[in-house]
Design a protein around this ligand. Structure first.
Ligand code: TPP
Ligand code: MG
Length: 581
């Protein structure tokens, strides 16, 4: 009798144990992302994350399925830039992980917050190198290419793992973070209530970093002493979303400003203080240069040499990363903090009686700018067929002038360098491009993320080579019916379409199939394809695409002889000391 009672009690306990609500790794990852406002995932499905993707979609996360992880990764990286929240990329183990890794390294290099979440194979087998399905020690491989790398082994640690990934991605200087989730983790179960309690909502993920007041005063003293000051706005300034403060600083100081490629539009390129069209003059002649979220890397010729002229320079640098100071030349006034806080502190310390930069300097810069703009103007108005870059870009320049809230994606060599100079931008964070590495392949990933994250129309201006790196994603654009208009500058090759292989029958290394019709690719997936042979035709086709919001690809026929080797950076090609035979 007593035994029977004990047995019954035991069974009841078991039953309630079974009825107790449980959760699992799948749901805990989803809940952790949602709790922190990460509601979009860019990725490619497969073992072990297929079901995770399905469940995430069912739970209300937007899951965008790509054709190649690299493009999903670039999408996540630029989502991070546009939103200040980490963009999330999801990949399968080993090969999928590796395909996503270029984008993770790109995010780190460009200071974009991104989290690459990758499924991975069984630790026990991987670590003994026993040949598991897609075996790879992913954590070790990711580590040197990102800001931080974490692995979660227990379901109860998912909340902390996701929180650490978010904090690492967005705090301080943003960058890429790797989060390794082994297959077994997804299936692990635990008590649902304990699971909920284990989740962490990250409070203030990118805390303000206030600059020291002595550093602010030092910077203003240097600026005040300048006869020919210059402000350079980098993409860090655009990322900061301190648009009003930056504009006020530039206008109050009266200093000419030079936007870096993705800093364009923070203040309009048509602003009277914009020195974009007088770049070489201001770099040479300035005596004090204030860098705001811009680094003195190769894009600014490391702050020395011919580009910067003979006149001695003093640099003021505003950056969140203390190690950035003196990276290439002496920084006489380092201001370390987040850009919003630094610019606000500078404004406050300037007070009401700040005297604007010397008028003769601003006048000299304006004169040079007007001269260069006038020189360029007639070239932008030609209606030649086949088109040259200037005629085609003149048409696209008008498109953006008429639709300043559209997002411009841009990659290529000539297609990039000339578009950067010719297409004026009017609003912050509307121009997204190859970034610090000058990497080809960002095009379709960026276009997709820009459409998804902002809801604005997207114009992607692509070299024919550049487009090829991510071209298959036109299917993705059609599948999600995104308002993306891709314009391919089809000059039949890399830089030019005219190279000839002097020996043998293979084509030269830089040329493609002549007169290709990329527009047919878009038609294959139900999008609109247009072949445009003149700037007028191009303008009409882009306007129609932007009005309709339909996925469109325009094959813009460019004279194969129009480009130059490596666009504007041909000087970086190594030259042999041997005399050419
Ligand atoms: C990932 C990567 N691979 C290769 C390169 C080298 N590269 C620089 S520009 C370029 C393509 C330039 O041709 P295209 O996009 O057609 O532009 P065009 O100059 O012809 O207008 C290549 C392959 C690169 N920057 N990134
Ligand atoms: Mg080309």
């Amino acid at each position: 009798m007593a035994d029977a009672v004990v047995k019954e009690k035991h069974e009841t306990a078991n039953a309630s144990e079974a009825e107790r609500e449980l959760t699992d790794g799948f749901h805990l990852v989803i809940d952790a992302l949602k709790l922190n406002g990460l509601n979009t995932i860019y990725g490619v499905p497969g073992i072990p994350i297929t079901d995770f993707g399905r469940m995430a979609q069912a739970a209300g996360i937007r899951v965008l399925s790509f054709r190649h992880e690299q493009n999903a990764g670039y999408a996540a990286s630029i989502a991070g830039f546009l939103t200040k929240k980490p963009g999330v990329c999801l990949t399968v183990s080993a090969p999928g992980f590796l395909n996503g890794l270029t984008a993770l390294a790109h995010a780190t290099t460009n200071c974009f917050p991104m989290i690459l979440i990758s499924g991975s194979s069984e630790r026990e087998i991987v670590d003994l190198q026993q040949g598991d399905y897609e075996e790879m020690d992913q954590l070790a491989i990711a580590k040197p290419l990102c800001k931080a790398a974490f692995r979660v082994l227990h379901a109860a640690d998912i909340g902390i793992g996701v929180a650490r990934a978010i904090r690492a991605a967005v705090s301080g200087r943003p960058g890429g973070v790797y989060l390794d989730l082994p297959a077994k983790l997804f299936g692990q179960v635990m008590d649902a209530e304990a699971g909920q309690k284990s989740l962490v909502k990250v409070i203030d993920p990118a805390p303000a970093q206030i600059p020291a007041s002595a550093a602010v005063k030092r910077a203003l003293d240097v600026l005040k002493s300048a006869k020919r000051p210059l402000i350079i706005l980098g993409k860090g300034a655009a990322y900061a979303q301190a648009d009003d403060e930056i504009r006020t600083l530039v206008e109050k100081s009266g200093v000419p400003f030079l936007p870096m490629s993705m800093g364009k539009g923070l203040l309009p390129d048509t602003h009277p203080q914009c020195a974009g069209a007088a770049r070489s003059t201001v770099l040479k002649d300035a005596d004090v240069v204030m860098l705001i979220g811009a680094r003195l890397n190769w894009l600014l010729s490391h702050g020395k040499g011919k580009t910067w002229g003979e006149a001695s320079k003093k640099f003021i640098q505003i950056d969140i990363e203390p190690k950035e100071m003196d990276s290439n030349v002496e920084i006489v006034a380092p201001v370390v903090g987040d850009i919003g806080s630094c610019v606000s502190a500078l404004l406050a310390a300037m007070g009401a009686k700040w005297s604007a930069a010397p008028a003769d300097w601003l006048a000299a810069v304006s004169a040079k700018r007007e001269e260069n703009i006038a020189k360029m103007a007639p070239r932008l108005m030609n209606n030649n067929a086949p088109m040259d870059y200037h005629g085609a870009l003149g048409a696209l320049r008008t498109v953006i002038k008429e639709r300043p809230d559209a997002i411009l994606v841009n990659e290529g060599a000539n297609t990039l360098d000339l578009a950067r100079g010719i297409i004026d931008m009017y609003q912050p964070r509307k121009r997204i491009d190859v970034g610090t590495w000058g990497v080809m392949g960002i095009g379709m990933g960026y276009a997709i993320a820009a459409a998804i994250e902002t809801g604005k129309p997207v114009l992607a201006v692509e070299g024919d080579s550049a487009f090829g790196f991510s071209g298959m994603e036109v299917e993705t654009i059609c599948r999600y019916k995104l308002p993306v208009c891709v314009v391919i500058f089809n000059n039949g090759g890399i830089y030019r379409g005219t190279d000839v292989n002097a020996v043998g029958s293979d084509p030269a290394t830089t040329v493609f199939v002549k007169d290709s019709r990329y527009d047919k690719m878009m038609e294959a997936f139900g999008g609109v394809g247009v072949n445009a042979t003149s700037p007028d035709e191009l303008k009409r086709a882009v306007d129609a695409a932007m009005d309709s919001g339909k996925p469109t690809l325009i094959n813009a026929m460019i004279d194969p002889a129009a480009g130059s080797e490596s666009g504007r950076i041909g000087n970086l090609n190594p030259q042999s000391k041997l005399k050419k035979k």
